[in-house]
Design a binder for this molecule. Sequence first.
Ligand SMILES: [Mn+2]
Length: 333
Amino acid sequence: MNSSPYHLLPTVWNELQTFKHVLISAHLDPDGDSIGSTLGLYHLLKSQGIQATIVHQHPVPKNLEFLSIPEKAYLTPSDPEIENVVSMADAWCVLDLNAPQRLGPDIRPFYDSFAGHTFVFDHHVEPSITAHSLTVITEASSTCEIIARLALTSNLSISKDAAQCLYTGIMTDTGGFRHPRTTADVMRLAATLIDCGADPVMIYDKVMNAQSFSSVKLLGKALNNVQVEHDGSLVLMIMRKEDLEGYSSEDLEGFVNYTLSITGAKIGGLITEWPDETVKMSLRAKPQFEVRSITEHFGGGGHMQAAGARVKQGNLEEIVKTIISMAGQSINK
Ligand SMILES: [Mn+2]
């Protein structure tokens, strides 16, 4: 018996490669892993002569636009062709998400009524999405790792374009090879992707050194708003409506990581109140602590140490109070 969590991937590939036109989606508010894995799989399928189209709730964030995105490969709900493309497809691969609502409000109805074969590839725990083929490998650092191993275990060659995409998601989901899932195997896989043409220096520069002037100024305000609770164990960065006027969530990318950079911080969070009354939270925890139960309480999800939620018509003060109390329980466990 093979104990590797990846040993079934060639069987999944054998099934996937029988389809002619495959749709690929990932979670809304896309990050390096959701974009890297969808584009990585897109390039793999195309290199095997399989037609593929990415359908995403949101466009590619600016700092990931350097990845190879062929014309017509990536559709969002405003594209008039989307309905036609969905009706032509015979399979749908959903990546990097464990709950159907994470597809986004405009993509989910298509998925729910899709008549073809469905595949999920993900590394989040407790999937609530249904599919014909469910590949959930929680040991994986990222969905990009799963897609890269899908290619390698099935003896598919990985093009330079695919390697750049897959390396990007592994890098971003491991926080630049610093988070707990950074194992020797992950480093070896990253090295293999570099052998296939991924450029680690260029990718780091494009992804990480891509803040706009206004975003850096906003970071100044966000750092100024940081408050500590529970004797410094909990660090919250709170941004109110008036702070965020004229900004989008893309401008706050990575801000939450500063909360755990303070000595003694065990749980950190970025809580934002948007002009449409939506309150969003992005929470992080040091390895022995968890934040997923807090985001689940608010209808969100994620990983034990990195999770998020959005609350429509949320009351910021009430939400912050609840987070402080629930985080206290997690810290004192
Ligand atoms: Mn991921």
